[in-house]
Design a protein around this ligand. Structure first.
Ligand SMILES: C[S@@+](CC[C@H](N)C(=O)[O-])C[C@H]1O[C@@H](n2cnc3c(N)ncnc32)[C@H](O)[C@@H]1O
Length: 378
């Protein structure tokens, strides 16, 4: 029997609701209603051999395509500047746009506690799928969505039109918010940020919320909902979700030259560099060295500071590891000190972390605002 999109959609919605019994049924209904096939167009990329292989609807056959569309997975639609529809062979580079997996779209909307009638700014329209999900629940007149990439925005606009959905669409840098249609009850980002952009505070109603993933150049991420108080300070706690969205384009790492290991000062590490393989451990390391990128993990880690070129790399030796540090910053010292504070606090998971933020000063803390804390790069 040929695949039936409506049945596949309903099955996906049920699977998502079964996996997360706390999910507001309104979001399950939105997944059951929004035809995701309209948003994926005719081509996507799948990961292959360290790169990206285009998959075209015309080549898969309709049934296989619909099964892909209604699997709960993210489909990358653009890598670098290459759109999947234009790709004839494998492509290398980083994804720059995608259709987020439906369970994460609704998980984020649920976490944001959006209610019908509230006005929301979505940052990162992408394919328009999540925008359509928001429209289904909140009403299209209450949804403003902003996309950085003009070509991506144009496709999203066409997809939404085809789906009969009429949100307000804007092309621009969502890190500046969208003043024209402010104020909002909520801002929800489907791209990650290194810290919360000041404009988001200024474009929210009192008591409004920001739901976003805080990420950085070690690609460690935490999902959080922050609520703005009367004095303009936002407060919130991270969820335990081990998920992330791609970084907002202006928050991406600048291109760095090819990496060469330099000997530098050498010592034994006091802590296992393998802690950076753990979600919370890596998050703490990133807080401690916010302008450093993590180039490798596995049998030793490599950190490079994008601003100063400082580097730290470890290698297993005997029962422990040795670290080599070179440049003005002692990256491993910074990371090790932070990891020690985290371990002294009981090595908690991200659910024990919270954040207090103003446009000018943003701190991530463990336990309470009086606990161990680190400043985000604002
Ligand atoms: C993960 S995709 C969005 C997925 C989308 N919500 C969906 O369901 O199809 C992230 C999107 O954020 C966009 N983006 C990145 N930085 C941005 C910015 N500063 N302002 C607005 N959009 C941005 C990217 O171009 C990309 O399309």
């Amino acid at each position: 029997m040929p695949a039936d999109p409506a049945a596949l959609r309903l099955a996906l919605a049920e699977d998502i609701a079964t996996a997360d019994p706390t999910l507001d049924p309104g979001w399950r209904d939105a997944v059951a209603a929004v035809p995701r096939e309209l948003f994926l167009g005719s081509s996507v990329f799948r990961p292959a051999d360290g790169g990206w292989q285009p998959v075209h609807r015309a080549e898969t056959g309709e049934d296989e395509w619909l099964r892909m569309v209604y699997s709960d997975r993210t489909w990358v639609t653009q890598v670098g500047e290459k759109n999947a529809a234009d790709a004839t062979g494998p492509v290398s580079g980083s994804p720059t746009s995608s259709a987020t997996l439906p369970s994460l779209v609704v998980r984020t909307a649920h976490l944001a506690r959006l209610r019908p009638g509230q006005k929301v700014l979505e940052v990162g329209t992408g394919t328009g799928y999540s925008t359509a999900v928001l429209c289904h629940r909140l009403g299209p007149g209450n949804v403003v969505s902003i996309e950085y990439d003009a070509d991506v925005a144009a496709s999203a606009s066409a997809h939404l039109k085809e789906a009969g959905c009429t949100p307000t669409l804007v092309v621009g840098d969502g890190l500046q918010g969208c003043k024209e249609y402010a104020d909002y009850d909520a801002i929800i980002a489907t791209c990650s940020v290194r810290s919360v952009p000041p404009s988001w505070f200024w474009q929210l109603n009192d008591g409004g919320s920001i739901t976003t993933t805080i990420c950085g150049w070690m690609l460690a991420a935490g999902l959080i909902r922050l609520v703005l108080d009367d004095e303009g300070t936002a407060h919130g706690r991270f969820t335990g979700d081990t998920i992330t969205y791609m970084l907002a384009r202006p928050h991406e790492r600048p291109l760095a030259p090819v990496f060469f290991r330099l000997e530098g000062d050498t010592r034994r590490t006091r802590l296992d560099p393998g802690l950076l393989e753990e979600w919370a451990g890596r998050f703490v390391a990133q807080l401690a060295a916010p302008s450093a990128e993590l180039l490798t993990t596995g049998s030793g880690i490599v950190l490079r500071d994008v601003a100063t070129g400082s580097q730290a790399w470890t290698q297993p030796e005997g029962k422990g590891s040795t670290v080599h540090q070179h440049g003005p910053l002692r990256l491993w010292d910074q990371v090790e000190e932070a990891l020690t504070r985290w371990q002294d606090a009981g090595a908690p998971a991200l659910t024990e972390f919270g954040m207090t933020a103003t446009p000018f000063d943003q701190k991530v803390w463990i336990g309470s605002p009086r606990g161990p804390s680190w400043r985000l790069p604002v």
